[in-house]
Write a protein of this length. Structure first.
Lengths: 242, 242
């Protein structure tokens, strides 16, 4: 019996995976490991790192500059790969830190490449997941480069909501969210004080409330309009490959 | 006889491709097409788009916001895929415009997926190319989010130089570059006036001169230090898979 894990749900959005393909996917999951919040799993510049699939909890990938500034590239939620990109590069171009305590399963690169040989459709599904991850980083570039502070916050929280909904962890009412204002600041290129001000502004406008670890969409449609949020880049319309 | 195209040189940096693998790669190249500068090949929101391999000339991928602002995500040079990411998504999340007149070869998604089935190592090489592309978008996010205008310009021009060197189109002296100040402005989140000022500042500091379609590294080592340019994210150290 194959578990309906967040990863299976996520890849299933792109490729309708057969039972043999699901078995190959399940065989990738090796050692189950846990990591505590705030301690890096992967360090920028590290070689021979492992890749992981996140089973529960949240993580973030980030880059540190020599002067100590930090840019958070993305957050990872259950079903996401951690370090998939770096596994193919000689050294990791970023660090990964658990936002909350997390459970992961380790995957070995050699196993992944073998799996591609056995089931090329799985390779396509993984390439899709990588494409979607990149599409999100592109949106974050647009966030930081071209959207004002309130729009970028609204866009970012909507994107997280759509990703969480795909793996059954959120809906149009909202979602549980372990992020602090410091995480949001480092992701959006704002100061923590500015984050606080922007969140108040969005709450007072009746669109969204982020309080006690929960993001509540008070007026989802208005928020979508305000953020010019077009979720098509998330590509959640159902499998292209059947 | 298999041509030593820019794409072969580039993928060869990651996977030592065998002759049969090179044949499969060559068979992907279908129709040769040309596009003139400034006319989009791919439109944001388009479905059923083709993917291309750039044979000569430069292109750029960008997103337009509803208010008309433009964020250039990346530039593509010979050997790069155009629209690979969007081919796997239902609709393209960005537009692609030729910067100069370009020559491309069209590839069909179905052929690409077949090729993965025949030669899984090729799938890995393409996944590597996608990983490297994403690593570059991540750097652009850091550029815009955390580097000041002069550092981000220096970092960006160094990155282009390293990419061009990999496909034999540049070296530590510099490279031919068809970009205008408007392209640089839209890529780096600056105004054209600001771009002009920053380029003058870098030239007067004796580090780099961008004039008459040529970027000259006047003092490569000093520029690398100034930009904190660590090229390891470009992953040009030679094949991991042999």
């Amino acid at each position: 019996m194959i578990e309906n894990t967040p990863l299976v749900r996520k890849l299933g959005a792109f490729v309708a995976l057969s039972d043999p393909e699901l078995s190959v996917l399940a065989s990738l999951h090796k050692r189950r490991r846990t990591f505590v919040a705030g301690r890096d799993l992967v360090h920028q510049g590290q070689s021979y790192q492992a890749a992981y699939i996140l089973a529960s909890g949240w993580a973030c990938s980030y880059k540190l500059l020599e002067d100590g500034q930090r840019q958070i590239v993305d957050f990872q939620i259950p079903g996401d790969f951690l370090g998939l990109r770096s596994v193919l590069l000689h050294v990791s171009d970023h660090s990964i830190e658990p936002v909350s305590d997390i459970e992961v399963t380790e995957i070995h690169v050699a196993d992944l490449l073998d799996a591609f040989a056995q089931t090329p459709r799985l390779a396509t599904a993984v390439l899709w997941a990588a494409s979607r991850d990149e599409a999100m980083v592109v949106e974050h570039l647009v966030d930081v480069g071209r959207r004002d502070a309130a729009e970028r916050m609204a866009h970012f929280l909507l994107e997280l909501g759509a990703r969480l909904a795909l793996v059954g962890l959120g809906n149009k009412d909202g979602y549980a969210c372990p992020l602090t204002q410091y995480h949001l600041a480092d992701a959006l290129g704002l100061s923590a004080v500015h984050v606080n001000r922007v969140l108040r502004q969005l709450r007072e406008a009746g669109m969204i409330t982020f309080r006690d670890g929960f993001v509540a969409f008070d007026d989802y449609d208005q928020l979508v309009k305000f953020a010019q949020f077009d979720p098509s880049y998330m590509d959640h319309k159902g499998p292209i490959l059947r």
